[in-house]
Design a protein around this ligand. Structure first.
Ligand code: NAD
Length: 498
């Protein structure tokens, strides 16, 4: 198979990486999986195989966890001074930046996302996140605590790394999710077993090479590729102290059950069905491209996608015309083409899932404003789609589609409680956006929305310093900001009677 001719754009460095055997990273070495098996990795723009990758299983997870345990208990990692740990995490950010172009290319090839987005979002965010979290290493403090019991006391708290952590990540932002997970864990002093998604393992494997190049000691980061089998083994492992998962709510619930065996700590970033709420006074020149980006960015494969668009009846028609214009302007094509704005979905399974939702929407009476079907017949492309005349009972309104499909819902109400009730009418609670010029209304509504992130006149906004996570069935815990450090530390209270 000639990948370069398939896209005409692969750099030699990416071609070389793809041609290498893709093994497991355990204890600082690249090793064959104990099963001897490999699984294919497909290019979502063509459906053709681009690589084969080691298929890890429970035995490999045992080996990786043992290596992480050694690095945590006895290895140099637990003895490193905070400055040294922080410098290394920061350095990984620099190494990532130096390899940004190559990683953007690999990410676009493996996941299908537009290379323009990988360059503008995934890579810069990943580099900044490593540097931000590296900065926390020297600032993880406990407190001196006043005691009221009789006697003289010296009491204080210490924050200690939680230990060996298992991290299971999805395919929508493969490299960014890997960095998102490892950066705070490393900064806190934990050691890691990372399980990338089976659809998109390549950038995490390249990240593994860069981790070794940056000088992380053996066993600090271990990477086991494979499907749900190594994932489930990691979540259930008795010697793992914490599991962090990003993916579907359904699997999130399985992770909780698996973690119950040794009551390991659990943090979860799960699905969403986020509302974007447009008021009649909104600046439509901002709201139209903003709502389009809110749903079509990354082909809607974002847990925070603005997939329920509530628009006041006074501006509904203008909003629909503008949004349809935006949708039809987006160039559909392979991610590696710099002109592409809509790449393929990640897999045939996702293609079938999203087109299945489109069929169900039509059957249940939704009207297609634009898009509505698969694009072409090679690769996994779906047209950016706007549905109207939806009702709250429809599957397309209730369930996470995870594709470029928005349900536009007309409302005529001016009562903030009723508007919030509509926005909150979902089992999820990850994000919401409010579009208005009335900042008082925006802040009042922000308080009424049951979501971990509320954005005003913007959607899909994340920052390394802003806590991110879900209410309700969108997850447990907050990543980003100092709250991410808290996820990877335990608090110890020390009390001395003097
Ligand atoms: P998934 O939840 O099945 O997979 C995510 C990760 O979990 C992968 O690494 C997978 O190998 C692993 N995994 C699967 N089963 C496991 C188990 N029993 N124990 C441990 N690990 C396990 O996600 P998917 O099937 O790839 O996508 C299905 C749906 O999930 C999507 O359509 C979307 O709705 C949602 N999703 C959400 C996010 C998000 O960021 N919140 C990301 C990807 C997918």
């Amino acid at each position: 198979m000639d990948l370069a001719s398939a896209h005409g754009r692969l750099s030699p460095v990416t071609s070389d990486f793809i041609a290498r055997p893709h093994r497991l990273l355990i204890d600082g070495k690249w090793v064959e999986p104990s099963s001897g098996k490999r699984f294919p990795v497909l290019d979502p723009a063509t459906g053709q195989q681009i690589a084969s990758v080691a298929e890890g299983n429970a035995t490999d997870i045992d080996l990786a966890v043992a290596a992480a345990r050694r690095a945590f208990e006895a290895g140099p990692w637990s003895r490193l001074k905070p400055t040294e740990r922080g410098k290394l995490v920061w350095k990984l950010g620099d190494v990532l930046e130096a390899h940004s172009e190559e990683l953007a290319e690999l990410e676009s090839l493996d996941n299908g996302k537009p290379i323009t987005d990988a360059r503008a979002v995934d890579l810069p965010f990943g580099c900044e996140l490593l540097r931000y979290m590296g900065g926390w290493s020297t600032k993880i403090c406990g407190q001196q605590i006043p005691i009221s019991a009789p006697g003289e006391w010296h009491a204080y708290s210490i924050r200690e790394p939680v230990g060996v952590v298992g991290q299971i990540i999805p395919w929508n932002f493969p490299l960014l999710m890997a960095v998102w997970k490892i950066a705070p864990a490393l900064a806190a002093g934990c050691t890691i077993v990372l399980k990338p998604a089976e659809q998109t393992p390549l950038s995490a494997l390249r990240l593994g090479e860069l981790i070794l190049e940056a000088g992380f000691p053996p066993g600090v980061v271990n990477i086991v590729t494979g499907d749900h089998v190594p994932g489930a083994a990691l979540a259930a492992h008795p010697d793992v102290d914490k599991v962090a998962f990003t993916g579907s709510t359904e699997v999130g619930k399985l992770i909780v059950q698996a973690a119950a065996g040794n009551l390991k700590k659990v943090s979860l970033e799960l699905g969403g069905k986020s509302p974007a709420i447009v008021f009649p006074d909104a600046d439509l020149s901002v709201a139209i491209p903003g709502a389009a980006n809110g749903i079509f960015f990354n082909m809607g494969q974002c847990c925070t996608a603005g997939s329920r668009l509530f628009v006041h009846e006074k501006v509904f028609d203008r909003m629909m015309t503008g949004l349809a214009d935006e949708a039809t302007k987006l160039k559909i094509g392979p991610g590696l083409d710099p002109e592409t704005r809509i790449g393929p979905l990640v897999s045939e399974e996702q293609l079938n899932r999203v087109t299945g939702f489109l069929a169900s929407g039509r059957e249940q009476g939704a009207e297609v404003v634009t898009g509505g079907k698969r694009h072409g017949n090679a690769g996994y492309f779906v047209e950016p789609t706007i549905l109207t005349r939806t009702t709250p009972e429809m599957k397309v309104v209730r369930e996470e589609i995870f594709g470029p499909v928005v349900c536009a819902i007309r409302y005529g109400d001016d009562d903030l409680d009723r508007i919030a009730k509509q926005g909150n009418a979902t089992e999820y609670g990850l994000a919401a956006s409010i579009w208005t010029r009335d900042i008082g209304v925006a802040h009042k509504l922000a308080r009424k929305l049951r979501a971990g992130s509320v954005w005003i006149n913007v959607h899909n906004f994340n920052d390394v310093a802003l806590p991110f996570g879900g209410y309700k069935q969108s997850g447990w815990g907050r990543e980003m900001g100092y709250e991410a450090i808290e996820l990877y530390t335990e608090t110890k209270a020390v009390a001395a009677l003097l």
